[in-house]
Design a protein around this ligand. Structure first.
Ligand code: GDP
Length: 295
């Protein structure tokens, strides 16, 4: 994960090797390389610039107070700042409703259906949760079938209605079904399109208004780099969602989405997808991710 970024950051810290002290010059040189590494990882320009400015201020400010060598100090400062950049603390999901309703949003192919199954499985394994999956993609019958396959795999009931072409009505009926059958979590999987368009945004916004979800989660493919960040912004403008799910982190992703999304939309990444299987999901811990990046 993020191998290229890790390698380039490691090289950046080499600039400080052999220097006994932090100085304006060696900090500037190191951070130039750090910024380049971030830009190569597809972090957006403004985020990368603010990042290196913050680290620079801290490095020059802390110099006299630390017993760390310049290289160690810089690694620590970059690690702390990467953690902040990715949201600081891990963020919970709100399961307070009965049922608590979780709405999935995102483009087609981002991994919504897969993640809906993973989340249902994750919650089911908590024992106190009895989730229901609701299939609201009225355009692609295959998407409904796919959710049923996922539901069968993990032993979670799926509510669908192939006769109904109104996703708002299906979502509402799904929630009523959950209430009548003792499901305390409802996960609503929705239709996405290949790119942001008005019809998709109207539809997801109508579902959102009608069902008042406890959580709206925006699902995005981490392999799509800056597009992921732009899409995150477009959905956030319409839905003001609660959190981001970053999928396909097992692939050859450069890291830009993971590092830029929080600073651009100010919403936490809550889970990451790390494979196609139902257990390939992790709660997102910014500090652990920063540790991994810096090796
Ligand atoms: P949707 O259209 O948003 O519902 O997307 P899907 O859930 O159908 O996912 C699209 C494709 O991405 C499928 O082939 C999934 O198996 C795959 N996929 C989803 N999440 C992950 C992940 O975390 N890692 C990998 N490698 N593949 C994933």
């Amino acid at each position: 994960m993020f191998d290229n970024l890790s390698e380039k950051l490691d090289k950046a810290f080499h600039v400080l090797k052999g220097h006994g002290q932090i100085s304006e010059v060696n900090v500037a040189e190191t951070l130039k390389e750090v910024r380049r590494a971030l830009l190569d990882a597809d972090v957006n320009f403004k985020t990368a610039k603010e990042f290196t400015n913050t680290v620079k201020e801290k490095a020059l400010g802390q110099n006299v107070l630390t017993t760390l060598k310049p290289g160690q100090l810089m690694v620590k400062l970059v690690k702390d700042e990467l953690t902040e950049l990715m949201g600081g603390e891990a963020a919970d999901i709100d399961l307070s409703g009965n049922p608590s309703v979780i709405l999935m949003a995102g483009l087609q192919g981002s991994g919504k259906t897969t993640f809906s199954g993973k989340l249902a499985n994750f919650l089911k394994n908590k024992k106190t949760k009895n989730p229901l999956l609701v299939a609201c993609d009225v355009y692609r019958p295959a998407a409904i079938d796919q959710l049923h396959v996922v539901g069968d795999q993990i032993g979670v009931e799926v509510y669908s209605d192939k006769e109904n072409t109104n996703p708002v009505a299906i979502a509402k009926a799904g929630i009523a079904h959950a209430k009548a059958n003792g499901h305390n979590v409802v996960i609503v999987d929705t239709a996405g399109r290949l790119a942001v368009d008005e019809q998709m945004m109207d539809e997801i916004s109508n579902i959102h208004k009608a069902i008042h979800p406890n959580e709206t989660l925006f699902v995005v493919d981490s392999m799509t780099g800056q597009d992921a960040v732009n899409t995150a912004k477009a959905f956030n403008d319409v839905l003001d969602y609660n959190g981001v799910i970053l999928t396909k982190l097992d692939g050859d992703t450069r890291g830009g989405a993971a590092l830029s999304i929080k600073s651009v939309v100010n919403k936490p990444i809550k889970f990451i997808g790390t494979g196609e299987k139902m257990d390939a999901v992790d709660v997102f811990y910014p500090a652990r991710m920063a540790d991994r990046i810096l090796g």
